[in-house]
Design a protein around this ligand. Sequence first.
Ligand code: LHQ
Length: 259
Amino acid sequence: TVLETLEDGVLKLVLNRPDKLNSFNADMHLALRAGLERAERDREVRAVLLTGAGRAFCAGQDLGDRDPRKGGSAPDLGATLDTYYNPNLRMIRGLPKPVICAVNGVAAGAGANIALACDIVLAAKSARFIQAFSKIGLVPDAGGSWSLPRILGEPRAKALALLAEPLGAEKAADWGLIWKAADDDALQDEAMAIARKLAAGPTVGLGLTKQLIQQAAENGLSAQLDAERDAQRQAGRTADYREGVTAFLEKRPAEFKGK
Ligand code: LHQ
């Protein structure tokens, strides 16, 4: 349910249930988690590229799995979040390597918010983001209630979440919700080029940069200055820092090793 390939330091993870618009079932959650765990563990992996197979990126939860007409006791969706969604969200945010997302088509519900948790998000111009939750009586999850107001402010976050209207990729880029909208047929190449560039970068410094920027959401200036000091101390001890400065002084491109 998730295709995994490693190329030039980029671990490409493709959500692969195209006939269900790559909606999440338990299998796909666990396969995504396995991919993210590999990304964390495997030193060869220096960036992750997440995308979807077929015409959608991800339609959120597989609602076919949730048919209330099939009876049974009232479901505990909180347990679904604890067991399946939230560990993957935390892994994407916590991974000390860049995660690029190529939103190849519609991203709805949790599918939209998983994309928005990634570090650099590109979307095909034809792709749409839909906070579909309110259509079925639910609330934004997979981090959406946290990321949307932070990125967009309350007025736009509330309108998207309450109205569940589709937001096109170009408007999403104009609003700063994603990095950029790409022509449909150029999306995968552009996303891969960014992922390759990051995978050839100073991985430790890039990971620390990601973490610092995320910490800023919780820190005041003084705490953030301390965090920068600690991160810079660590970055300054890497071989890649030595190589970066040496290459600059020797007027040649740096060859980073990721350590
Ligand atoms: C689907 C789905 C889908 C199954 C399309 N499931 N089959 C967390 C915790 C626990 C529980 C609940 O949820 C959550 C978080 C969530 O993610 S809640 C939000 C769940 N997602 C949605 O509500 C989105 C539902 N889908 C749609 O609104 C539309 O399908 C979108 C806007 C994504 C795409 O629309 P279209 O391009 O018009 O495609 P379509 O609707 O014709 O769908 C194509 C097929 O995919 C169709 O099956 P069929 O057999 O008729 O070809 C759909 O039934 C199936 N599909 N989404 N989530």
